[in-house]
Write a protein of this length. Sequence first.
Length: 547
Amino acid sequence: MRVLTLAGVVALTVVPTPANAVVSAPAAWARLSPSASPSARYYSAMAYDGAGHLVLFGGFDDGTGYLADTWVWDGSTWINKKPVHHPSARDGAAMLYDSASNSVILFGGENGSSLADTWSWNGADWTQLSPATSPPKRAWAGLAQSPTTSALIMFGGLDSSGLSDTWSWNGASPGNWTLLSPTHHPSARSDFAMDLDTLHHKIVLFGGGSWSADNLTAQYGDTWTFDGSDWTQASTGGPTARIDPEAAFDPRVGRVVLFGGFDNNANAYYQDTWSWTGSAWASQSATASPTKRDRGVIAYLPSTGKTVLFGGVDSNGSDLNDTWVLNLGAATAVPVVSTTVSSTRSFTVSWAAPGAPVSYTVQYAKRVKASSGSWVNGQWQSWQVVGPNVHSASFAGQPGTTYLFHAKATYAGGATTGYSATATAVVPLDDRTTAAVFSPGWAHRSAAGRFLNTITDTSAPDKTMLLKSAAHAFFLVGDRCATCGKLQIYVDGHLVKTVDTHAVSSRARRLLFAKTFVGTRTHTLEVKSLGTPGHPRVAIDAIGVQR
């Protein structure tokens, strides 16, 4: 913490971090032990369902083959839905929640040959749709929310060869696919990671490979972004080239989080975690990680505020059915609140949280005197409930009052952080306060640019100002100027500091003295002018008393 008195209101502040800040504490993947689970598999499809669950469909089991079961994850266990209707058994389908139709849309996949059917899931059953226009058959394509509309964007995939086309799904009834014509696009590929970076309003695509028959002919380590109209190659750095990594946007850090994958050139499976800053990939420190794997599925569940990873194939070639969640360090879980200063009773309170919150709740409290006589924090009171783009507001306080502020952020689906550490702001007492006793020889006068536009000064020696108050800290605010000189500060009858307020140029509302005590109890502050020869003036603007 640091003390600010730049304009007369003293504030203890914590400097906010940027909204897209790097996670400041290590992340940790945690393996869960749900009471029920889908069987081991890879190349499943998984997406948020818009109603507080993740829905998982199909995949491939080396023992059973292609699968056609539907499961939902409710945040604690998996539930086998057993719908009456469903797509045929397959793996490699593209699937995503569509807000326009309030349903999950599934396209394509393969079951020995590529498919081109479109299905919707309403939470209870699957329905095959019949759009007037449909993309060619494919598997292992990417599907992400458009950064500019409610449409879904699909890119690439694999049929007999790799694809590089971009399609848009408009879910408004009856729903239809539209081929887009961006000027630029990634090379033909499949088996890549792709999701919408909600904070930076761009789809992010990483890696993947191109194939001839069942042979991988190239793998990629490039990153592309789509802004709703065109693709841009954003980076060639970051994770090593790989196929079948898993990625999802985590609003708690405001980043697309990427995990794992397989490097065919090095014959290596990965268990590294990365996050996309909006311009580059950052290696994400993790104190615990899932086992090395590729071909799993990952999605963010808003109702729990967790990124969830399921299944895949490990480095021994074994199919997996484990469930993991990404836990973030506490330092990333709460907003940072700060206060700034002004020459009036009003001051600005600011807040910012990592990631992409949908709203903030800001509360304030006062330091109050309890019936026992001790000073305690009063009850928290509601002050601001605002959207994600509001990060500050003006607060009008009372002189001589100590205020506390804290904030929490709410993310999509209702997941919330805890309240932040408090920021403290003190509105000082004006020089005219009756609590300050000035000896004869001081002049009280109006003065523009001072706290509440008044100042009390003297050019005579041995003039005193005495203030007795319960305090955790005292702050003295006054002028520095060419005619200003020395003063002495006494606390509880003891000389603690001699302050020289002389300056070449005049500067108002300067911090002249500050002292903090252990706890809050009664102390006496005394200021004595010394009548410095040639520049004797001493000017008091405000006295800060932090409770």
